[in-house]
Structure formats: structure tokens, C-alpha cells
Write a protein that binds this ligand. Structure first.
Ligand SMILES: [Zn+2]
Length: 133
């Protein structure tokens, strides 16, 4: 069984932040910054491609973000979700990272840039939109 399923089932302890019927939120042991929290569905979904899109995920993420803001006195926060090895997913149970940001912290995200033509933009739009169910 995966480590997050073990945490959900209470076989591995965690620093619990929040729990409801569908989700559990707990402190990430790595603490990229203080308050670094994970939100996981209680049911095992491997990644976003597997996830039930009817789950009220944003509701829970938003609730935890606001608690981090007030409780830790922060005003900046990243929400990160990795899907698949190329994207840096290391535990194959869907999870969202909430990472409070502090002046001078060690977190960085570097987005490269691709210059593409108008036609390439249109091709991308077509390829993607035809798959939206
Ligand atoms: Zn799992």
C-alpha cells in the first residue's frame, strides 16, 4: 500500500491539519518552508489524470490556504501539484502542495519560455479543446 494510503488509514502517523470525508491535509515532513502542507484525497488516485473531477478539491485547498495565511501570518503561497516523473511526482498518490512563501526562502520555480507562432497557438488550442469532455 502507498505511503499516503497508510497515512490516511492511520498506519503511519502525520501532523494532521484537516480532515473531512474526502480529504486529509497534513504537514509535509520535508517542510520546504514552514507550514508546507499536503492535501490528499483519501481514496487512492495516482495523479490528476486519474482523479475524480467532482471532488471538491479547490474548496479544501482554499480553506487550508486561508488557515495558513492567518495562522502563520503569511501573505504569499504557492500551490504545486506534480503529475508523473517528468513533472517531479515522487509519491504516486495525487497530492497538492501548499507552500507558504517567506522573504529569502530557498524555494524557486523557473519557467522557461518558448516563442511560438500564431498558427502554433491555434494548433495547440484545437488539439486541447477537442479533448475537453
Ligand atoms: Zn495511496
Amino acid at each position: 500500500m502507498c505511503v499516503f494510503c497508510e497515512i490516511v488509514n492511520g498506519n503511519i502517523p502525520c501532523y494532521k491539519i484537516y480532515e473531512d470525508d474526502n480529504f486529509l491535509a497534513f504537514l509535509d515532513l520535508s517542510q520546504a518552508t514552514l507550514g508546507h502542507t499536503l492535501v490528499v484525497p483519501k481514496k487512492h488516485y495516482e495523479n490528476i489524470f486519474d482523479l475524480d473531477e467532482n471532488l471538491p478539491l479547490l474548496k479544501v485547498v482554499s480553506k487550508i490556504a486561508k488557515a495558513l495565511k492567518k495562522g502563520l501570518g503569511i501573505s504569499d503561497l504557492n500551490i504545486v501539484n506534480n503529475n508523473g516523473p517528468l513533472a517531479g511526482q515522487t509519491i504516486n498518490h495525487f497530492h497538492i502542495h501548499l507552500i507558504p512563501r517567506y522573504e529569502g526562502d530557498k524555494v524557486s520555480f523557473i519557467f522557461g519560455e518558448n516563442k511560438i507562432s500564431n498558427d502554433e497557438f491555434k494548433t495547440l488550442v484545437n488539439k486541447i479543446t477537442k479533448e475537453i469532455k
